[in-house]
Design a protein around this ligand. Structure first.
Ligand SMILES: [Ca+2]
Ligand SMILES: [Ca+2]
Length: 408
């Protein structure tokens, strides 16, 4: 449940980066940012929860090439941080004793994390989020809990929650391009691993995988805004179930702001959750479209023997300026890989290898090129393989050392 709570927080953030007569993939680039504020107000029996979300900020910090389940993807790296301050107030009843006590718990959650979205369509690939918790439980309430519950309460007040998750396939909340009145469904698997850290305690929750399925619909468009409904918001819906709240969810996407500008969680047409994009954002919908880079590379020697390390040099270009290229990922075709503009690689056996270079520019444009490299065997007449050379060298060294010692 605590984990789910983290995720609620995480989600509040995650919901944000989804996606635009057709609503196209926004034209994000490094440096774009969006700040949100919001509130959550819910009454459950005798308890009411009120929380304010302030300064929730997401920023596109770089583009990266990520390998997800064997697939190479161009991704936006999006750090985020924010603070949630709230109170839980009301009155608690212990059914065993019929005692009641006023509940007045204050909390501050500070979140930091990194989210990764595919540059192709802003599907969520993975996230890594840490929440620092400051929960203020009045001593009288603590005492009450300890004295009035039959089961000794294993009080573990978490101070930090860490959650890492990956989605397979990447979770596509928006089926870009979104047509007017389009509806879509998407399923994925989320694998999470979490840690809960307390004053003198650390609990690890081992990796677990669960299914995600949701249906979404563009219900109306108005000027710059596209309105979407969803049957399910990952995590948030789980929490809502736990709290026995049936939340209807509506999102509003702004074309000119390149982001969601409002999220509403409704309970019997009453707004329980509201998150709004502030005027503090940077995005330009009129900016020129990026041109993707053109991947290319050379290698030497051209006719490599197994004993030769191969040198690979990037020759990629970008119509917008070759300096725009941010990252290079080499797949040598033998299960090994490397990054950077140049690299060398030694194949362990002769054969034909498909070498791929993936490149990404700072606006998320990607390209890949594949070249076939034939690595021949030992060459003419049995030059020992590299492994044997090493053995010989080692033996030779031993002999030299021994003879050196003797001579001393
Ligand atoms: Ca579509
Ligand atoms: Ca470019």
């Amino acid at each position: 449940m605590k984990t789910k709570f983290v995720i609620l927080l995480a989600l509040i953030v995650m919901i944000v980066p989804f996606c635009n007569a057709q609503l196209d993939v926004p034209n994000w680039r490094i440096g774009d940012y969006w700040e949100y504020s919001g509130s959550f107000n819910s009454e459950m029996e005798n308890i009411s929860i009120q929380a304010q979300l302030t300064d929730l900020r997401l920023e596109v910090s770089s583009t990266e090439i990520s390998q997800v389940n064997g697939e190479i993807l161009g991704t936006f790296r999006v750090p985020m941080d924010g603070v949630i301050i709230g109170t839980i107030t009301g009155e608690m009843l212990n059914p065993l004793t019929n005692n009641t006590l006023a509940v007045d718990v204050g909390f501050t959650f500070s979140l930091t994390g990194i989210l990764f979205f595919t540059t192709l369509n802003l599907s969520l690939v993975k996230y890594d989020i840490t929440v620092n918790l400051d929960i203020d439980i009045p001593p009288a309430l603590l005492e009450f809990l300890e004295n009035n519950l039959l089961e000794p309460l294993d009080l573990f007040i978490p101070e930090q929650l860490i959650e890492r998750a990956s989605f397979s396939p990447p979770l596509s909340f928006m089926d870009f391009p979104v047509d007017i009145n389009e509806n879509w469904a998407f399923s994925s698997n989320i694998t999470t691993s979490s840690e809960i850290v307390g004053e003198d305690r650390r609990e690890e929750i081992p990796p677990q995988t669960s299914d995600i399925y949701f249906e979404a619909e563009n219900v109306k468009t108005s000027g710059d805004a596209y309105y979407m409904t969803l049957s399910y918001i990952p995590f948030l819906s789980d929490i809502a179930d736990l709290m026995e709240i049936e939340l209807g969810n509506e999102w509003e996407w702004s074309v000119s702001k390149g982001m969601i500008q409002k999220i509403q969680g409704l309970q019997d047409s009453t707004e329980v959750l509201g998150i709004i994009l502030t005027e503090n954002y940077l995005y330009d919908s009129a900016r020129e479209k990026n041109n993707p880079p053109v991947a290319n590379f050379t290698y030497s020697p051209q006719d490599p023997k197994q004993i030769n390390p191969l040198n690979f040099v990037d020759q990629s270009t970008d119509p917008d300026g070759t300096n725009d290229i941010m990252a290079w990922y080499w797949d040598f075709g033998d299960g090994k890989n490397a990054t950077g503009t140049q690299t060398s690689h030694q194949y362990e056996s002769s054969g034909i290898y498909d070498v791929k270079l993936f490149v990404i520019d700072k606006y998320g444009g990607v390209d890949t090129i594949q070249k076939t490299v034939t690595v021949s065997g030992d060459g003419n007449g049995g030059i020992p393989g590299f492994g044997i050379v090493l053995v010989f060298l080692a033996v030779a060294l031993l002999i030299i050392r021994k003879s050196t010692r003797k001579s001393l």
